[in-house]
Design a protein around this ligand. Structure first.
Ligand code: ZN
Length: 295
């Protein structure tokens, strides 16, 4: 399996393609709890903490949306965005970085900066993620975690073990009782797991297992993509991933090929996830490749 899954992502999810028309996109803001709001437009969900100390922002969608994001924020708070945390390096989460950098210090796990700096080649689709411009790069990186003490609550950005990518961060708004999961939790269907960026399906399950005991049961969960969720939704997502990995593992161990498992439609019980941009057959292949790669 030489084909890059990032290429697959770009090819099969037109709303992520860089030539997308953003003029029709509306940024909708929703109060979540405490000082936290969630903003949805196109790309990854944005979370913000607002208060007297200024705005702490999580993820920044796409560059062309920055004026609309700023307008939506201005309706919530008169204060500037002082900090921007990236949950991972994908362009639907960091695209707005440069546009926010005038007031905001950008923070991320060190692998986010490395991957943004390097860019990525996707020869199968003649696509290229260009190295990010200097202004877009995180200026403060961490290996494990960092805590921002603003708006009366510690906002903790914690690096999760490799799951969606190898630079994932989950953000805890500790007093507001809200967690932004990045793309370790999405509600659009089979999750995209970027094996070429150091991600792992088994790693994603392990990351959720490590995080769950740290999340209060009544916390509000902001997924990387999709609508506001609960801890129960996150647990259900994790349970399904675990079942799917076991199914694919069993199939491979019985000597079947990925193609056979696809033909047998072993993921038919998860048909409701097939409406997302990652299809069942693609997910079987991702899981199989993950199982075959060394840990
Ligand atoms: Zn992503």
């Amino acid at each position: 399996m030489k084909r890059s899954w990032l290429a697959l992502l770009l090819a099969s999810f037109p709303t992520l393609a860089q030539q997308q028309d953003f003029s029709k996109v509306e940024i909708k803001a929703q109060k979540v709890a405490g000082s936290v709001w969630m903003l949805q437009g196109s790309g990854g969900n944005i979370a913000v903490s607002v208060g007297d100390d200024g705005i702490v922002m999580i993820d920044a969608q796409f560059a062309p949306l920055v004026p609309k994001i700023k307008a939506a924020l201005a309706r919530i708070s008169k204060k500037p965005v002082r900090f921007l945390v990236n949950t991972h390096w994908h362009f639907d989460h960091v695209g707005g970085n440069a546009g926010m950098a005038e007031t905001a210090a950008i923070l991320a796990h060190e692998n986010v900066r490395k991957r943004m700096l390097a860019g990525a080649e996707v020869p199968a689709f003649k696509l290229k993620i260009e190295p990010a411009e200097p202004r877009a790069l995180p200026i403060l990186t961490y290996e494990r975690d960092v805590t921002l003490w603003l708006n009366g609550e510690p906002v903790r950005a914690l690096h999760a073990p490799p799951g969606h990518t190898d630079g994932d961060t989950v953000v805890f708004f500790t007093r507001s009782n809200v967690v932004h999961m990045g793309d370790d939790f999405v509600t659009y269907g089979f999750p995209f797991v970027d094996l070429d960026s150091g991600g792992s399906v088994r790693g994603m399950i392990g990351a959720i297992d490590e995080l769950l005991p740290q999340i209060p049961p009544d916390a509000k969960i902001i997924p990387g993509h999709g609508s506001l969720s609960t801890v129960a939704d996150l647990k259900k997502f994790r349970g399904r991933l675990d079942e799917i990995v076991a199914l694919v593992d069993r199939g491979l161990k019985s000597g079947k090929t990925v193609e056979q498992l696809q033909q047998e439609k072993i993921l038919a019980p998860y048909e409701d996830w097939n409406s997302g941009f990652v299809k069942a057959d693609q997910f079987i292949a991702i899981v199989a490749r993950d199982l075959q790669q060394k840990k």
